[in-house]
Design a protein around this ligand. Sequence first.
Ligand code: MET
Length: 593
Amino acid sequence: MTDRHILTAVAWPYANGPRHIGHVSGFGVPSDVFSRFHRMSGDQVLMVSGTDEHGTPITVAADAEGITPRQIADRNNRIIVDDLASLGLSYDLFTRTTTVNHRNVSQEIFLGLLKNGYVFPKTTLGAISPSTGRTLPDRYIEGTCPICGYDGARGDQCDNCGNQLDPTDLINPVSRINGETPKFVESEHYFLDLPAFARALGDWLGTRGNWRPNVLNFSVNLLEDLKPRSYTRDIDWGVPVPLDGWRDRDDKRIYVWFDAVVGYLSASIEWARRSGDPEAWRQWWQTPDADAYYFMGKDNIVFHAEIWPAQLLGYNGQGDKGGSPGSYGALNLPTEVVSSEFLTMEGRKFSSSRNVVIYVRDFLARYDADALRYFIAAAGPESQDTDFTWAEFLRRNNDELVAGWGNLVNRSVSMAAKNIGAIPTPGELTDADRALLATTSGAFAPIGDLLSRNRQKAAAAEAMRVVSEANKYLSDQAPWKLKEDPARRDTVLHTALQAIKDCNALLTPFLPHSSQKVHELLGGTGVWSAAPQIVETTDLDDGSPYPIITGDYAASQAVWASTPLPPAGTPLATPTPVFTKLDPSIVEEELRR
Ligand code: MET
């Protein structure tokens, strides 16, 4: 184990429905590849997230179904937990924002900001529906964006230019629920004084030169137009505002985004409380050399590169008004906001309402989790918008996983099992043998460097290049032609199996499920790469039941280095294929679906 503490902070999926493969290509697979790589390197990773359960879409869904927001959240939390665990995402804790712990931590951050003067009260105009008299949530107001002129902008954000908006900013606002023009009435709110952080945010971003350029540029541009943002909303579902006269009101809550980002901290605290050392979270949040990497799709950048850092700076007393840290003490800012771009599907934007969508669970009902993980890592939207096509998914699966990696494993282990029935005894190595082993064992450093910088596409491509070197070695040495020279045949097979062991470690962050199988095919026993577990548990404070994702990842044997095969003579069985070859007919079939 190293002393390096790495927080993997994964965006919290919104609990208004099941997640599709576009979602998991943004926050999911990249964060898991990163965490698994660092755990293999011996670093102390804490990977946290949960379902984001407050906010208006959930109240609107609840109204539509005639059930409570909590019932909607409970149902979708469970679906999302199942999906993410099935994908093998190795959260130390995947929780939810409706816990008492999360409420308390969110309120502490608000109070710390208030104490330092970064949150202030102000009366503003809030939208209500003239026909019902009810508050009209920001997202349910649509109009023309005053910044870019896009005419489908919403009251909270313009999806075209990415700027945050207030409903009163919109030109020609209308209700998306019934088309009427909203009425704006006075309403008291608290605001986060973002302009007071312009200098501190600028200084911080000025030290972030190794971020992806598009993420950094976008974040720096946000600083040009910092305005106070409403910290509270007229809504009855969310974290109560922890002030006398506000706490018990059922029409004011903290804005969903301002509690959701606090989730990274509250989940770390919940994890520590569950681990039996309630202070353990501090190692990831308060030691100066701890790192925190935040993973998300690009529509979330503003909240992670501006709002959350501002909340942290204000809580720490590091904005223009100074101040002192709240009762937790000063908290670390993000090391990096790792944002991916968008995944489209067969040339179109994902849309649940227009049925342009592939839900994670539907995908996993028909295909292996590792096949999807590999596609996302090798061909996903890492730094530009990328199209998912079934034809490309089929090609990556059949050519790279099955014919490339799977075939190397299958033919080598088959030959050793058939001829020797065990790990062979190697004789003296030739130059060709040594060259292959130098290639595979030498690949950990450069691929590790790519993974530590989240260049996962390049890392996956390089790992597959090493696999093809091993395939070439096997074809060149042709152990099947060495019947007359069993000693040399055994040396070639031993070399190939050792190369496979190295390649398997290199591919483990991408392919945790199949790497366990390959480990066993090579005569290994025990856990190679631990899988996440769903555990039915209860709220630490109020006892209500919910499922979490957690895992004993320290039980994994996988390390980021070349490790020797089991001793010669360890029995090997005839392998079953590690990957499933897909019939080209699935492309037509899926396109019809
Ligand atoms: N719920 C948000 C989304 O799905 C992410 C929140 S991250 C704190 O975009």
